[in-house]
Design a protein around this ligand. Structure first.
Ligand code: ADP
Ligand code: MG
Ligand code: MG
Length: 477
C-alpha cells in the first residue's frame, strides 16, 4: 500500500458547534428532500434523511475539470459502441455463454436487430461515469448506462453543503463548491427525447421497482420534468405490471399504457436479475416489448450492454479504442483515465491475470457483469474465487481490475438514528452525461452535472442506496 498522508478534515471549525450544526443540517436535509425511504423501518408514508458527510471533501480542481470535460467524449464512446452490433457481439460472445443475465439481454438485442431498427429511431443515454482518485489523478471505476441515480438528490446536496459552510463560518469559500445542474440536465435530456418523438399527448414512462427506496431522487426527476414542461405527464410502472398486460404494442409499434402513448421510457429498474422475478418471464416479455416499440428508450438495450464491465475491460485493451475513434487525441484522453483491466477468459492471457491476482489479491477487485453495488469480490476472497474457478469457463463471467486507492480524508458521517462518527473516508466522483442519437447521427451530447459519494475507508463499496456510502460534495482546491 502506498504511503498516505495523515487524513484531516477539509474545513476547520470549532467542534463545540458540532451538535447544533448536525441537528440543523439533518433538518435541512429532511426539509429539502435529501431523503430516502428506510429499509429497516419501511413505511410508504415516511422518509429518513439520506446519509451524508458533514463537510464537503476536498477534491483537486484540475482533476474535477478533467472529468467534466471528458464526459461528452465518454458519451460519444458509449454511443459508438451501442451502435456497433458486431463489436458488442464479439466482445460479449464468451460472456454470453457463461452469464445468463447478459445473455438474456443480448437475446433481446439480437431479436430487435434482426427484426430491423429504423435508422431514424433515437435512443437516449443518461449516463454516470464514476471515478476515484489514484494518487492525484482520476481513474475510471465504471460507466453506468442504466438507472444512473442520484442526479435529483445530489443537486440538493450541493445546496446542503453551501448551507453547512455558511453555518460554520466559511461562507467566503462557496465558490469552491461547483454548481450542479444534474437534475435539470437529465430531465432536459428526457424532454428533448420527448420532443423528438413529437406526439404532444404522449407520456414519459418510468420503469420502477415494486418498492422504491430512493423515492425522492426519482420524484425529483418527475417533478422537474413537469416543471420544465407542464404538458408532459410521467407514469410509473414496474416491469411486472407491464408484462402482466399493463402495456400493449399496437400495429404501428406504439407502446400504449392505459390508452396513453409512451414517448420515452426511463429505466430506474431492470439492471439486475432479481428485477425479473417471475417464473413465466413476464418481466423479460415487457423488456422485449419496450425494446420493439418505437418509444425512445433511456437506455436502449444496446446502451445497457455497452455499459457492461466486459465492454469496459475490452476497451482498455491495446488497439480497441482506436477501432472506435480514428482521432488519436480522443483516444489518448480516454485512455488517460483508464486503470488496469484484465480479461479472465479461459485462455493463456486469462490464466496469467488470474495467477497475478492469486499472488497479490489485495491489489485487485473481481467484478461480475452486475450493477447496483454489492456484487464485487475483494481482498483474500479474490484469490479464493479465482482458485475455485481454475479451469472453469465461468471465470470468464468476471473481469479483473486494479484497486484504486484514493487519498483518505477525515469527516463526520451522519446517518439516521446514529451518532455522528468521525471517520477516515474516501470518495467516488460521478459525472453525468446525456446523449441522444440514432444510428446515423448524434442529435444531442452534453455533460450533465456531478455527484460525490464518500465511504468509510474500510468499506469495500460505498453505494448510498445500498447503505454503505454517504452523500458528499467536492470542495475544489
Ligand atoms: P456497480 O456497477 O455495482 O456499482 P462498480 O464497478 O461501481 O460496480 O463497483 C462498486 C463499488 O466498488 C464502487 O462504487 C467502488 O466503491 C468499489 N470499486 C469498484 N472498482 C474499484 C476499483 N478498481 N478500486 C477501488 N474500488 C473499486
Ligand atoms: Mg454500475
Ligand atoms: Mg458503481
Amino acid at each position: 500500500m502506498s504511503a498516505r498522508l495523515e487524513p484531516c478534515v477539509s474545513i476547520d471549525f470549532d467542534s463545540s458547534a458540532l451538535d447544533e450544526v448536525v441537528t440543523k443540517t439533518k433538518d435541512w436535509a429532511l426539509m429539502h428532500g435529501v431523503c430516502m425511504r428506510s429499509r429497516q423501518n419501511f413505511s410508504p408514508d415516511s422518509i429518513n434523511f439520506a446519509p451524508f458527510v458533514l463537510v464537503p471533501s476536498t477534491f483537486p480542481k484540475k482533476e474535477f475539470e478533467k472529468a467534466i470535460e471528458l464526459q461528452t467524449l465518454v458519451n460519444e464512446m458509449i454511443y459508438r459502441i451501442a451502435n456497433n452490433y458486431e463489436f458488442l457481439k464479439t466482445t460479449l460472445a464468451i460472456t454470453n455463454t457463461v452469464d445468463p443475465f447478459t445473455a438474456q439481454l443480448f437475446k433481446i438485442y439480437t431479436t430487435v436487430q434482426e427484426e430491423g431498427v429504423s435508422q431514424e429511431e433515437c435512443c437516449g443515454g443518461l449516463f454516470r461515469c464514476d471515478y476515484m482518485l489514484d494518487r492525484d489523478a482520476v481513474r475510471q471505476v465504471e460507466i453506468n448506462t442504466i438507472a444512473s441515480s442520484f442526479a435529483g438528490i445530489c443537486t440538493r446536496v450541493t445546496r446542503l453543503h453551501r448551507f453547512v459552510m455558511q453555518e460554520l463560518g466559511h461562507g467566503d469559500k462557496l465558490q469552491q463548491l461547483p454548481e450542479n445542474n444534474a437534475l435539470e440536465a437529465l430531465c432536459g435530456g428526457m424532454l428533448k427525447a420527448w420532443e423528438i418523438y413529437n406526439q404532444p399527448q404522449a407520456v414519459i414512462l418510468f420503469i420502477v421497482e415494486d418498492i422504491t427506496y430512493n423515492i425522492c431522487d426519482q420524484r425529483f426527476h418527475e417533478f422537474e420534468i413537469r416543471k420544465q414542461n407542464p404538458n408532459v405527464r410521467v407514469v410509473r410502472r414496474s416491469l411486472t405490471q407491464l408484462g402482466r398486460g399493463g402495456a400493449v404494442l399496437d400495429a404501428e409499434r406504439k407502446l400504449i399504457i392505459d390508452g396513453q402513448e409512451v414517448a420515452v421510457v426511463y429505466f430506474r429498474c431492470g439492471y439486475a436479475p432479481d428485477q425479473y422475478p417471475s417464473a413465466d418471464g413476464c418481466e423479460w416479455d415487457a423488456r422485449l416489448m419496450i425494446e420493439r416499440s418505437k418509444a425512445i428508450k433511456c437506455p436502449s438495450i444496446s446502451y445497457h450492454l455497452a455499459g457492461t464491465k466486459k465492454v469496459q475491460q475490452v476497451l482498455a485493451e491495446p488497439g480497441f479504442l482506436e477501432r472506435i475513434f480514428d482521432d488519436a487525441e480522443k483516444v489518448a484522453k480516454l485512455r488517460d483515465v483508464f486503470t488496469g483491466l484484465y480479461s479472465l477468459d479461459l485462455n493463456e492471457e486469462g490464466d496469467r491475470a488470474a495467477e497475478m491476482a492469486i499472488e497479490n489479491p489485495e491489489k485487485y477487485v473481481l467484478k461480475p457483469q452486475r450493477e447496483g453495488g454489492g456484487n464485487n469480490v475483494y481482498g483474500k476472497e479474490v484469490a479464493e474465487v479465482l482458485k475455485q474457478l481454475k479451469d472453469n469457463p465461468e471465470r470468464a463471467s468476471y473481469i479483473l481490475m486494479d484497486i484504486i486507492q484514493p487519498p483518505l480524508l477525515r469527516n463526520w458521517m451522519i446517518r439516521p438514528s446514529t451518532q455522528p462518527m468521525l471517520v477516515d473516508t474516501l470518495s467516488e466522483l460521478g459525472i453525468f452525461g446525456v446523449i441522444i442519437g440514432n444510428s446515423k447521427e448524434i442529435l444531442h451530447n452534453s455533460m450533465g452535472g456531478h455527484m460525490l459519494r464518500t465511504k468509510i475507508h474500510t468499506a469495500n463499496e460505498g453505494g448510498v442506496a445500498a447503505g454503505l456510502g454517504a452523500l458528499d460534495s467536492p470542495f475544489l482546491v
